[in-house]
Design a protein around this ligand. Sequence first.
Ligand SMILES: [Zn+2]
Ligand SMILES: [Zn+2]
Length: 223
Amino acid sequence: MTHPHQLHALRAAWTLHATRQHLDRAVAREAAERRAEARIIAAAAAIQAWRPIPGPAARGVHGDPASRAAVNVLEPEWRDGQLARLAGRTADLLRWLARNTDPRPDQDHPEPLHHLQRVATRLGPAGAWHLARWLDEADQRIRDTLHLDPPGTPLPGLRCPRCARRQLHAHTTGPRSSWTITCTPTCTCAGDTCPCRMPIRLADVPHVWGPDHPLTTSLTSAA
Ligand SMILES: [Zn+2]
Ligand SMILES: [Zn+2]
């Protein structure tokens, strides 16, 4: 049976996977904009260098050869923008998390997030809780920056077995074996007496139903 903390870690890892794809596209757009901007600035500087220097002594003398060379610079340098730096920080965090969730020392992970997706349901509940928190925070930072909607697809046709509201969300951006359903973050489990039908009921954990739960398997037809 998968612990709710493990399911949250699994959900968070696959959610971040999809969010990073949005970020990658935004980084590519940002780089293109910055490259175009740098070209315009370089071209403007080159034009400036070619302007005749006024005054009798100058007699049509143009800018120095070094500046003239700038005319031919098609790929001027530009620095990483805000989004590229955010992508870099996220990648650093994922590498650090991968190293911290792998018992083998100094293990290098070419795809740290894939590793985290694999270990999400194998970590102990406490480790999974920490992992979910790190991943959710990283995901939220990207969402805030790109003004993305909250994760998950609303399931207005289904009622939460606990709070009876129709605010369940499906998280299906990964393979079928990673699908989960959540209620609102404030719909938390009451523990043993909770009517939520989670196989492991744990007080104060936001409700989450895993890929094998009847609530989630019912998604197959809907998806
Ligand atoms: Zn609920
Ligand atoms: Zn519950």
